[in-house]
Design a protein around this ligand. Sequence first.
Ligand SMILES: [Zn+2]
Length: 253
Amino acid sequence: MQEDSPVQNENTPDTGAERPTSTGRRNRLIVLGAAALVALGLGGVAVATTGSDRPAPAVVSLEAQNRAEAASRADRAARESDAPASPSASPTPSPSAVSASPTPTRTATAKPKPKKTTRPTPAWVDPMPGAAVTSCYGQRWGTLHAGIDLALPSGTPIHAAASGTVVQAGDAADGYGNSVFVDHGNGYLTHYAHQSRIAVTVGQKVKAGQVIGYEGATGDATGPHLHFEVHQGMWNQIDPAPFMRARGVDLGC
Ligand SMILES: [Zn+2]
């Protein structure tokens, strides 16, 4: 801007001598600018605009601008045509790079998951899962069958239906054979009869699902089975089926 002031051009020899040079330089700059436009696209437009303060160069700059615009269009088109190629080329390593970084994250998050899947033992469990029900609670042959008979091969482990304390373990009277009583501390006891072998002792604390003995046919039993009773207070037998169902265990009766 200072170059264009006439005062400065006349008074200052340097700028006066420089004047034609500056115009020539400007033209050269415009040419350079045009070349830059071709090379750089829109970036050169600013150079051409700043150089076009005279009518003649303005025409040149217009031509240059047109050429630049054409060049930039071509450049843009080239870039756009390149665009699908370069993203497709870069995504190829990038998904693997992306998948490579999430993989440790996933395995890192997957590792604690098995720990989470170790669910806490439910309060009440099936004393002999998978067993066939051979007799439910109710009247049978003129007397009350006061428990549920669950049959599996002899020696099948019997599990405590819930946590509690063993209050009786041994050969019980009245045809029960080897039986175990577990007091659950809430007014209810469970009774496991006809065992071939008892695995707990009186006073022992047991957890839900803990093996308390093994199925057998001791006492009055026609074949190996677990005779399972629920007592609401010692020797007050209730139907185990609705009691256990209310606690999430279906015994099949
Ligand atoms: Zn029975």
